[in-house]
Design a protein around this ligand. Structure first.
Ligand code: C2E
Ligand code: CA
Ligand code: CA
Ligand code: CA
Length: 276
């Protein structure tokens, strides 16, 4: 037993060392342009038109190669590095959005950006977002903030004030992975939310599981009553598209329409060029 305990302690220690190493490497990554973004379109189901994109962070690690965000974002949230990362993502995504709007001749095109709870602890959070957007030539109304239920559960008054300020400036606020958190429905009218993104687990189970379908139906009717928009995430096939259409869901995202794309491919997509 003692030996086992010792091995366990070793394993824990090396996990900590790995985390420290990765966190140091991330500092280099930020400075050294190892980070880049991909853009996954939002599609209007009635017309098949691309109406916006979500920016997704990628890390091209010099040793491990392409690292998926789930493998480093939780860590950099813990170390506080997420704040610098979000700042980088935000500016980069605004720059890309301007080029996309110009290429498509469409200044209604929007960019949706993922935020972590820590981002909201920054004083002047909203002012600095608005300043960067302005510098990059982007109107706040074309920016959507994706937040999670976890942030709202903190029930901090500054979160509510910050979100209100975002809305006042014209930005939209979406709840990501909706339905997977410890939702209390009361926050849907307590916080100034614009959009619910129905989590992909419900979309993928909708056709085989009546419970999942029922949940999607309930989310649709709640959003209807509260005047919220809906986006279906993780749409992968025809059947899901037709179910969503019949549920009167208007906007969707998922591999069925497109994987996350490099900026140049996103622009080709906007220009109607076929992408493999
Ligand atoms: P998310 O925000 O829920 O993003 C959706 C994830 O699902 C993306 O994974 C996307 O590639 C994937 N996805 C999209 N459509 C489909 C589909 O049809 N089927 C399946 N199976 N998956 C689909 P990705 O890019 O690996 O990102 C994972 C998570 O990392 C994101 O989940 C988000 O929570 C986080 N993340 C990514 N970029 C950022 C960022 O800039 N900031 C922060 N704070 N988090 C980020
Ligand atoms: Ca998201
Ligand atoms: Ca999501
Ligand atoms: Ca997620």
């Amino acid at each position: 037993v003692a030996l086992e305990r010792e091995e366990h302690a070793h394993a824990e220690q090396s996990k900590v060392l790995d985390a420290v190493r990765l966190s140091n490497e991330f500092r280099v990554a930020l400075a050294d342009s190892q980070l880049f973004l991909e853009y996954q379109p939002f599609v209007e189901l009635s017309s098949g038109t691309v109406i916006g994109f979500e920016a997704l962070l990628r890390w091209n690690h010099p040793v491990h190669g392409r690292m998926p965000p789930d493998q480093f974002i939780p860590l950099i949230e813990e170390t506080g590095q997420i704040i610098a990362a979000t700042r980088w993502v935000f500016r980069e995504a605004c720059g890309a959005l301007l080029r996309m709007q110009q290429a498509a001749g469409n200044n209604d095109l929007f960019m949706s950006i993922n935020f972590s709870a820590q981002d909201f602890d920054e004083p002047e959070f909203v002012t600095s977002l608005c300043n960067v957007a302005e510098q990059e030539g982007i109107e706040p109304r074309n920016i959507h903030l994706e937040i999670t239920e976890r942030l709202l559960l903190r029930q901090a008054s500054h979160v509510s004030e910050t979100l209100k300020l975002c809305r006042d400036k014209g930005m939209e606020v979406s709840i990501d992975d909706f339905g997977t958190g410890y939702s209390s429905l009361s926050y849907l009218h307590r916080y100034p939310i614009s959009t619910l993104k129905i989590d992909k687990s419900f979309i993928s189970n909708m056709s085989s599981d009546d419970g999942a379908l029922g949940l999607v139906r309930s989310i649709m009717s709640i959003s209807d009553n509260l005047g919220l928009s809906i986006i279906a995430e993780g749409v992968e096939n025809d059947q899901q598209v037709s179910m969503l259409r019949s549920l009167r869901c208007h906007v969707a995202q998922g591999f069925y329409f497109s994987r996350p794309l490099a900026e140049s491919d996103a622009i080709s997509l906007l220009n109607g060029v076929h992408i493999d």
